[in-house]
Design a protein around this ligand. Structure first.
Ligand SMILES: NC(=O)c1ccc[n+]([C@@H]2O[C@H](COP(=O)([O-])OP(=O)(O)OC[C@H]3O[C@@H](n4cnc5c(N)ncnc54)[C@H](OP(=O)(O)O)[C@@H]3O)[C@@H](O)[C@H]2O)c1
Length: 242
């Protein structure tokens, strides 16, 4: 039986993806900081779901991931959905540093652990949910956009490293546009999608082992043109929604 572990599945996109894998009959391991949400989800299908409370910013998270893998009896897909983000026009340093702690330090901790596991086991599928926000630096959310670019580049680097080392590890970088979850804090965004829709697209991308999946096609078109904007024009655009 196939096994997936999703870190950051207590709410939002990760939670919806976990529900779809349970429906597909997979063994599903989920993690996050909120114990109540983990226990509530496990109760829906106790024979199929295993849980582990962990905080990606804390040093023991890698050991806790291994505990979850052991509970599940192995791992075929690792998916990291944990992430935080805030608009921060006032450049509050605590917000910026906290974002980097989760999206860079926590991300690196979990992804390196998953890479090491698949290397030891002879292969696997390593996936992350980053964002289209990594395309260019957003003045309203500097740390969020920069940390998402870090994630994109990190996965590019690991994909090259795996080939250099002849490892049978597949990578998927899932890049949603704006999704109506707690992360957006009820602000208004263009082409806003529901987490359920994004989860379906993400599962399809994982099934096809897509290397990069921008969700959905409207954001793929937006990102295509977004990339073409020269820096001197980009820096003069006032992109804000407050
Ligand atoms: N919403 C959007 O518009 C959007 C767009 C593009 C990409 N994304 C990305 O999608 C991912 C999921 O976000 P979401 O929109 O689904 O928001 P969400 O509902 O707030 O989910 C965030 C998830 O991350 C977990 N998490 C946060 N900090 C953590 C930590 N220190 N340790 C472990 N888990 C942690 C949360 O679990 P606990 O609180 O239980 O720990 C939760 O399960 C994020 O990486 C986000 O950047 C979101």
């Amino acid at each position: 039986m196939k096994r997936i572990i999703i870190i950051g599945a207590t709410s939002g996109i990760g939670h919806e993806i976990a529900k779809l894998y349970v429906q597909k009959g997979w063994q599903v391991g989920i993690a996050g900081r909120r114990k109540d949400a983990l226990v509530e989800f496990e109760a829906k299908a106790p024979t199929q779901i295993k849980i582990q409370q962990l905080d990606v910013t804390v040093g023991d998270a890698a050991e806790k991931l291994q505990e979850l893998i052991d509970k599940l009896g192995g791992m075929d897909i690792f998916l990291l959905s944990s992430g935080v983000g805030s608009q921060n026009i006032n450049l509050n340093a605590d917000i910026e540093l906290n974002t980097a702690k989760t999206n860079v330090e926590g991300f690196t901790r979990m992804v390196t652990s998953a890479f090491a596991y698949f290397k030891k086991e002879g292969g696997g599928h390593l996936a992350v949910i980053s964002s289209i926000a990594g395309t260019k630096g957003l003045g309203s959310a500097p740390a969020y956009s920069a940390t998402k670019r870090f994630q994109n580049t990190y996965i590019d680097a690991l994909a090259q490293l795996a080939r250099m080392e002849k490892l049978n590890i597949h990578f998927t970088d899932i890049r949603p546009g704006f999704v109506a979850t707690a992360l957006l804090k009820d602000r208004k965004y263009p082409f806003l999608m529901q987490a359920e829709q994004v989860a379906k697209c993400a599962v399809s991308a994982l099934d096809k082992r897509k290397r990069v999946a921008v969700i959905d096609f409207r954001y793929a078109i937006l990102v295509f043109f977004w990339r073409l904007i020269p820096r001197w024009v980009w820096e003069r655009l006032a992109i804000r929604n407050d």
